[in-house]
Design a protein around this ligand. Structure first.
Ligand code: AMP
Ligand code: TRP
Length: 328
């Protein structure tokens, strides 16, 4: 069975972009793959975090994993900092990466823009991500396509190590959904939907109530020609909404265009509100059930143990190939 690994940062506001780009794939893959899903708290501290809030967000994201349908009987679910191998391999790989290639990462450029100085961790973040993936001999990494550049870097580093030392790593592949791979902000469809945008109506969070969902969708930026048609270049707003509608309902974009021919954006948006509310309601209620349960803690503890067993084997191999430690 092929192995799958992915991670989400423990910050609030897990949104439709996270769900359609990443989490939905997590669930689809778990029947015929060996899946490992991580809450990457060590990535979160590359930007300032309030310690209390961080702890809460770790459990929020863990509960959301389960609420969208990740099944701990099939998949390993755990918190990154519970497995020391991530930071350990992260250092080894830092020594195998170049400042030049890290300087080209667009996420770093975006996040450090207009700042006088940036934490070193923000710069080396993609190397830690490579460590997350390589630590588990991962074959497939389901992510939104904003992570493509990081996945390519991971493959480069792994190939470099394999060529320089004994063959150490499996070369992973990214898995991106065609639709939903990039969900755009509702207030500005030229930007991706993000957890950190100030305007709460730029995103739909998975835990938003129906009134908030309605408001955000009805306010969403479209255009003035009133035709429901998929055309990312000229009609980015309506195309984004069509995309969301299609993935949530399972109706193809062409069928949706036909359904709304001759109707205005108002009707289209009203129906999209309904589809979205219906899709998110069961997630919200399962989340409420699990979030404060002892079961959640047990699942994460058990997940960390199982992940650590795999990680330790990889680290022993890495140390052996690099000549680290005593070797016995
Ligand atoms: P992050 O919010 O950066 O921790 O991302 C968690 C997962 O969601 C990653 O796989 C991202 O690629 C994916 N993701 C984040 N934002 C979007 C978006 N706007 N559209 C699609 N996928 C996204
Ligand atoms: N960098 C990813 C993001 O911001 C999160 C992440 C960290 C990740 N480590 C990973 C995703 C390993 C996939 C595999 O979305």
């Amino acid at each position: 069975m092929k192995r799958v690994f992915s991670g989400v940062q423990p910050t609030g506001n897990i949104h439709l972009g996270n769900y359609l780009g990443a989490l939905k794939q997590f669930v689809e893959l778990q029947d015929d793959h060996e899946c490992i899903y991580c809450i990457v708290d060590e990535h979160a501290i590359t930007v300032p975090q309030d310690p209390k809030a961080l702890r809460e967000h770790i459990l929020d994201v863990a509960a959301l994993y389960l609420a969208v349908g990740v099944d701990p009987k099939k998949s390993i679910v755990f918190v990154q900092s519970d497995v020391p191998g991530h930071a350990e391999l992260g250092w080894v790989l830092t020594c195998q990466s170049y400042t030049g290639e890290l300087s080209r990462m667009t996420q770093f450029k975006d996040k450090s823009k207009n700042k006088e100085s940036a934490p070193t961790g923000l710069f080396t973040y993609p190397v830690l991500m490579a460590a997350d993936i390589l630590l588990y001999d991962t074959d497939i990494v389901p992510v939104g396509n904003d992570q493509k550049q990081h996945i390519e870097l991971c493959r480069d580093i792994a190939t470099r190590v394999n060529n320089k030392y004994k063959k150490t790593f499996v070369i992973p592949e990214g898995r991106y959904l065609k639709e939903g791979a990039r969900i755009m902000a509702l207030d500005d469809p030229t930007k991706k939907m993000s957890k950190s945008a100030e305007n709460i109506h730029s995103r739909i969070s998975l835990l938003d109530d129906p009134a908030k969902i309605k408001k955000s969708i009805m306010k969403a930026t479209t255009d003035s020609d009133g035709v429901v048609k998929f055309d990312v270049e000229n009609k980015p707003g309506i195309s984004n909404l069509l995309n969301i509608y299609s993935v949530l309902s399972g109706i193809s974009v062409e069928d949706l265009e036909a359904k709304y021919e001759g109707k205005g954006y108002g009707d289209f948006k009203k129906d999209l509100v309904e589809v979205t509310v219906e899709a998110l309601a069961p997630i919200r209620s399962r989340y409420e059930e699990i979030r404060h349960s002892e079961e959640l803690i047990e699942i994460l503890k058990d997940g960390a143990q199982r992940a650590d067993a795999i990680a330790q084997k990889t680290m022993a191999r890495v140390k052996d190939h690099f000549g680290l430690g005593l070797g016995r």
